[in-house]
Design a protein around this ligand. Structure first.
Ligand code: AGP
Length: 594
């Protein structure tokens, strides 16, 4: 999942391309490049970050150009495998996000026809095919080339001596930013926010020709119009606002994000999501599909639903769900995905729709592919999340699930009224944890010297243990596992000892006594133990080596406050270890390939 950009207008393209790429770096950052049409094609690329490339690149004069920041799929990060990729003549340049599944076959065929390949990428078949079919019209050559191609792609094509860009999209996101006598093309909205808030979202199968004065889109050869949308996000929201890292900024935005997301619902209750009578009439079960952090949010939703909805809820990892064969009658399917572009989740959504399920998407990105596949979309109002590691979108997803499930709950009215009151107090509880950051920094300093860590939890805090472990893994590169506390005796105990700290998440609910027993068992085997527990809990303070004090909340809301504390712990541990927090190695913000 790479980031691709394009510009055509009156201004010098190169500085604009660098700036747009910088805003998309969270999509992949192992190599990058730009190309500008100045008579011929001027191109500079390398296996470096964008800032370094912008410093090293010769200055190109030209007002039409393309750029790319890469997350390698085919061919290791290198200058040759970086994009833009040229054809044999050097007159056609392509940037691509996606995977060409039949590239080897096409490569062999083109090699047989005399084409010389300079990279190991799947992408390189595209410029060679365009070269093969080129007969004066770049658009027609691109259309012909795409007829030979299988797989997923968002592409921008630049040709020497042309001030037009040809774009096409299938299963990878692509937008056009509309300007005055200039137009922008990008994989995602944050890239163009410095220049315009007017965008067009391309659909699968669209092929477009973009010039400075015009955007023409064709589908199956016929010209079509795509609706223009106004982006609600501001450029400031996509910046660090004085924080050292986007991840820390996004953690600190969570009280506001909770208010914004809940605020949205109190205004929208009349339009409650049409779950077609879940909990008695019509639909008999809920199935949630997601990946990574979104999966942990869905899993937490399962526990909330179990307590308040009493309807069977299944939660599946999307990539695994895609191998299941059984069909699902009378099921409401909820896909949770912050980016709305995760390939495995989109595939599961399409499969669920084919199976006749009603599909609801919970996503953070307006206009994303998930919002277009779904029958109904609920937006989290978290604003753009730039750091590769998710934080505020997780909490916003929980807010959606609390609201959704409480809206349909048949639980005791007084209980629901108390929960609603507590839900509204959550921003201040989260703020308490943020204000207590210094204490968490101490724990992080301690944790930063270990290479293996267990997170344990029970019930609604099992997904929290898994999320805490995921954050520590992706940010600090410490090998961490989130484990059901009750399961630890069935194997993981073998790893306990002085070099394996355990972080125990203790909630004041029906899991409390069992967690205390687990803590004693773990201490007996010599592992250092940090407990997350309500402030002033003497029993825990006595047992644990140290305690991260958590403000008192109803146990059903404990995942919110516990996760924020674990996000800070992961951040400061990674900082202590000098890790590249916003751009962890080998990762990308949205995984648009299977
Ligand atoms: C989380 O920090 C990771 N970035 C990753 O696990 C992420 O949650 C996963 O790729 C799902 O992304 P989505 O919510 O955009 O679908």
């Amino acid at each position: 999942m790479c980031g691709i950009v394009g510009y055509t207008g009156d201004k010098q393209a190169q500085p604009i391309l660098f700036n747009c790429l910088k805003r998309l770096e969270y999509r992949g950052y192992d190599s990058c490049g730009v190309a500008v049409a100045v008579g011929g094609i001027e191109l500079y690329k390398d296996a470096v970050r964008i800032e370094a490339l912008a410093k090293a690149s010769p200055k190109f004069k030209g007002t039409t150009g393309i750029g790319h920041t890469r997350w390698a799929t085919h061919g290791a990060p290198s200058r040759d495998n970086a994009h833009p990729i040229l054809d044999c003549t050097g007159k056609i340049a392509v940037v691509h996000n996606g995977v060409i599944s039949n590239f080897q076959e096409l490569r062999d065929q083109l090699t047989g026809e005399g084409h010389n390949f300079a990279s190991e990428t799947d992408t390189e078949v595209i410029p060679h095919l365009i070269e093969k079919y080129y007969d004066g019209s770049l658009e027609e050559a691109v259309t012909a080339a795409l007829n030979d191609i299988n797989g997923s792609y968002a592409i921008i094509v630049l040709a020497a001596d042309k001030s037009e860009l040809v774009v096409a999209k299938k299963d990878s996101p692509l937008i056009i930013g509309l300007g005055d006598r200039e137009n922008y093309i990008a994989s995602d909205v944050p890239a163009i926010l410095d220049y315009t808030d007017r965008v067009i979202y391309l659909e699968d199968g669209d092929i477009g020709v973009v010039t400075k004065n015009d955007v023409k889109i064709r589908r199956d050869g016929k010209e079509i119009a795509r609706e223009e949308h106004k982006v609600m996000w501001t450029v400031e929201e996509a910046q660090k606002a004085g924080y050292e890292h986007f991840f820390l900024k996004e953690i600190h935005e969570q009280p506001k994000v909770i208010r914004n997301t809940l605020g949205e619902f109190t205004r929208e209750t009349e339009q409650a999501v049409d779950l077609v009578g879940i909990g008695g009439r019509g639909m008999e079960s809920i199935l949630m599909v997601a990946c990574g952090t979104a999966y942990h949010a869905a899993l937490t939703g399962k526990y909330i639903a179990d307590e308040l909805l009493r309807v069977p809820v299944r939660v599946e990892i999307a990539s695994e769900f895609n191998y299941y064969s059984h069909t699902l009658a009378r099921t409401v399917a909820i896909a949770v995905t912050q980016s709305g572009e995760t390939a495995d989740t989109l595939k599961a959504m399409r499969k669920l729709k084919e199976a006749g399920c009603r599909v609801v998407a919970i996503t953070n990105v307006v206009g994303s592919t998930a919002s277009r596949i779904a029958d109904q979309t609920i937006y989290t109002r978290a604003g753009p999340e730039i750091s590769v590691a998710a934080s505020k979108t997780f909490i916003a997803q929980l807010m959606v699930l609390y609201w959704l499930i409480m809206s349909y709950s048949k639980a005791d009215a007084r209980r629901l009224a108390n929960l609603l009151m507590e839900l509204r107090q959550l921003p201040s509880k989260v703020q308490q944890i943020l204000d207590n950051e210094a204490e968490i920094i101490e724990h992080a300093r301690y944790l930063s010297k270990y290479e293996n860590v267990f997170f344990i939890g029970r019930g609604i805090n099992l997904p929290v243990a898994q999320e805490g472990a995921l954050k520590l893994k992706e940010l600090s590169y410490i090998h961490a596992e989130g484990y059901a506390a009750g399961e630890t005796k069935h194997g993981p105990f073998a790893l306990l000892g002085g070099n394996t700290p355990v972080i125990a998440i203790v909630a004041k609910d029906n899991t409390y006594d069992a967690m205390l027993t687990n803590i004693k068992e773990i201490k007996a085997r010599g592992s250092p133990l940090i407990a997350l527990a309500e402030e002033g809990n003497e029993a825990i303070e006595e047992l644990a080596d140290s305690v991260i004090a958590i403000p008192q909340v109803d146990a059903i809301f404990s995942p919110v406050v516990n996760t924020v504390a674990l996000q800070l712990l992961a951040y400061y541990t990674a900082k202590e270890r000098g890790c590249p927090i916003d751009f962890p190695r080998n990762l990308a913000k949205s995984v648009t390939v299977e």
